[in-house]
Design a protein around this ligand. Sequence first.
Ligand code: AMP
Ligand code: MN
Ligand code: ZN
Length: 756
Amino acid sequence: MNSSKSNDATDSSCQGGNLDTTEEVKDELCPGFKDADTFVKYGLGAVLSATKASAGLPQSGDEYDFYRSFPGFQEFCESQGDKLLHCMSQIMQNHGCRSHIKDRDKLTGIEERFDLVVDSNDVILERAGILLDEADGVNRSQKPVMPVGFQPPKIVVSSWNRKGSSSGSRSETFRLLHAKNIARPQLKFKEKVDNSNTPFVPKIFIKPNSLKALPSYFTNKQIRKERPEDLDVPAALADFIHQQRTQEHVEDMFAHPYQYELDHLIVPESLLSKPEPQMYKPLAETNLTFVDSLEDLVTLNEKLCKSSEFAVDLEHHSYRSFLGLTCLMQVSTREEDFIIDTLELRSELYILNEAFTDPSIVKVFHGADSDIEWLQRDFGLYVVNLFDTHQASRALNLARHSLDHLLKHFCDVDSDKRYQLADWRIRPLPEEMIQYARSDTHYLLYIYDCVRAQLLDSNHGQPGLLQCVWNKSRDISLKKYLKPIYTEESYLELQRKQKKSFNTQQLTAFRLLFAWRDKLARQEDESTGYVLPTHMMIKISEELPKEPQGIIACCIPVPPLVRQQVNELHSLVQQAREMPLLKVRNHRCSALSLCLNLSWFDPEVSLFGPHDVSKVSEGEVPQVTADGELDTLPILLHFIQLLFISPNDQRSMSVAQMKARRIIESFENPFRMYLPSADVHVNKNAKFDPSSKIFEISKRWKLQSVEQQQKELEAKKKIREEAKQQESLQKVPTVRQQAAVSYLLSHSFPVCFYLI
Ligand code: AMP
Ligand code: MN
Ligand code: ZN
């Protein structure tokens, strides 16, 4: 501690900097912090721990009410609440915002208080934006207040990408969270991301370690011809329609490809007996390999296939992508650490299925729920024989179940979770982020040993508890990725979550904005939060601005796509203003009642696609009703008629049905997006070299897939003949068709929007 620190010892309690000399103190950005990065890192750490702490508070509802019945808890809440309000109010005052937030008497309610916070956030963020622009050399004051049309993207130079920084020693600093000028990794993907509003279909096309062969639907992907380029239909949609038409493999398309293997997975005795924990190697003595080429990936796969267990973790990015992107995979064996650039090797990672689905190799994850989904979604990877240390921590009833807690508890390692929310798309990865990522798996196998030993100890040596963790882990590996699906009801779900009550005009605006945002996010491959954050969407809906400027004023800082499409947004708001003004009482309604209200079951109403609201007249805006006792049978039958109507029966077809028919007729290969590129198995240089591992793998898999293909070709011929026979019977829906329709109604509603 030096003298300057005690001089300005206010209660701001800054602790971030290492202050050794008085010279450094002069250069301080603010007391206790030598530069902006130190401050930001400290700040982010503080925010993260505050967020974590708040997540640990009793849940609202019964849990909170129970705690609240204790006077001590009540007092604590009130004093902490006052402190927080005081702090917020000071920040708001500093920024010249209205700040009577802490003044309980003047408040009419939580909503007003919330609005005040939102307004202040807007002001502060706008100010930060202006300052960043100024630092970047952009003079905002010379710009029109509300520029319409396209804004060229700005390059923000921040500390992590600053070239030749004058200080010289700053090369290791970098900016956390959303660095703006990162090239979109999606642009380099070999297979385009499928954001269409259709259910997710597994990406797998080769199934190593199979006990039950992969359904022909998936293996046939490789031998189908190219889809005509001119057809503007999402591949998965064309795919789906095709499957409906030919009555093939509907269940297969949505089944878990390793369901059978996972159902028949038996944990061997050796994994149920007490292990002697094997100490992790010190980080400094462990080899770290950065894997960003196919050759290295193949080498890694070979290594993993020979091991009996390895640890895995993923890092993910979700802000500048609709579905999210897995950016990094960390793998640790007992001997080595690996970091795989999954953006670079996205189309090749499926080869790891050989190790990942080998039931004799344990894959250790911590909190694998999301990882299992991301692996399927991005790479077609599955895990057979998973051990989730998070589940073990729960079974052991440890104080907390986070990885940092386990690291502290078992390894006495203080982990630094500040990078958890970093922008993992950054390349090349800064050293700090590599080290952080690596520590997520480096100690995990040792933790796996420790928790297994404890699970047995705590159960008097009986394997029951440990078996329970294996079972829970298996259930997690059975999880299926579900794509976010837009339905006519989605906006109501969000509205319910936000606990907002709207009148008919506001609700209509909310519905239209929601549809606009969803459509644009899918189209531009951005998150809905990037296109238009929910709180801005609510503000526009509530205020229904008469002018485009009013919309801009609701969105500070203005999201780029809002600025670009402000006129479109304005017309949506106008459309909403034309609604008769009524108070909406009850927002609960089912998909079916909505369908009835919107009359989109009627073949005469030719809506195409979920976003085509052009034909919806005012009267059809959902009059929020309880769904009551709807007779669903006629609707189902009508659906069947729509789905399976004979393509030759043109007289009775609506415009939308004809459009659907055109789609069905014109596509040939819906599987293009899933097809591996020509060199997907093997690197061009290595594939003819019999000494290379790639050659070996390639040969093995090629043989496997050729064999599969031949079998499937024959099977397919047979199915086609059967399908032809069935076509003539199509007027009467089969049990299978009815099952498909009920599946559609319950699982994949939106697909129907495309069909009618
Ligand atoms: P982890 O398993 O802790 O390494 O987290 C994996 C990924 O999940 C991170 O790269 C983040 O994208 C995301 N993530 C983890 N924790 C959070 C959080 N508290 N909030 C939002 N995203 C998170
Ligand atoms: Mn993880
Ligand atoms: Zn991680």
